[in-house]
Design a protein. Sequence first.
Length: 222
Amino acid sequence: MPALLLGCVCGAAAACAAVALARRSIVWFCAEAGAPPPKASGRHLAAAALGLGALAAMLACRHGPGPYAAAVLCALALLLALSLVDAALGLLPDALTGPLLWLGLLRAWAGGDVGPVPLHDAVAGAVCGYGLPWLLAWVYARCCGRVGMGRGDLKLLAALGAWLGPGPLPGLLLAACVAGLAWACLWRRDFRGQASYPFGPFLAGAGAVALLLGPEVHWGFA
């Protein structure tokens, strides 16, 4: 019970910080473009805060309070901020994907109680997370004449690879694609596959689940 309460409190605090960071990023990008920032939905922000609080509670119960849980909570907060920015503006800023990548590499370098993924797996995950989807996106663009995956999505996948290693990435990408396709068909009712939607929230959601599962996710996807 103490771990559960601590996780809820820390998750709520991290969610508030993530929402504030996302709003600041959105306002800055809109100011640079000379456009008014979109209005934020209070219900959506509250749901995001509650969701991160629940994830933090599960994280604390699963791994216990400690360096690894604190590092993963920071990653979850960055993923939430990236999702909110991408949903509002359709972009994933380097100012958020970069810290997520370097935090994953530093966590792997620290080793020990800070995480189960060694440094060489974290580097391989970052390289595979960016390189292989870039190759698929390049082939798709050459064959279809349009961009199928943005560079921000590739950088986010590279950052997740630094946290998880290369093994979980195929399953993570598949889960994100299935969730995005289901959302496009059921929520937006677009069965043509011609429209463009932000992919970052689905990648971030699949990555959050993989981070929450921890080392066991390697057995499911490797």
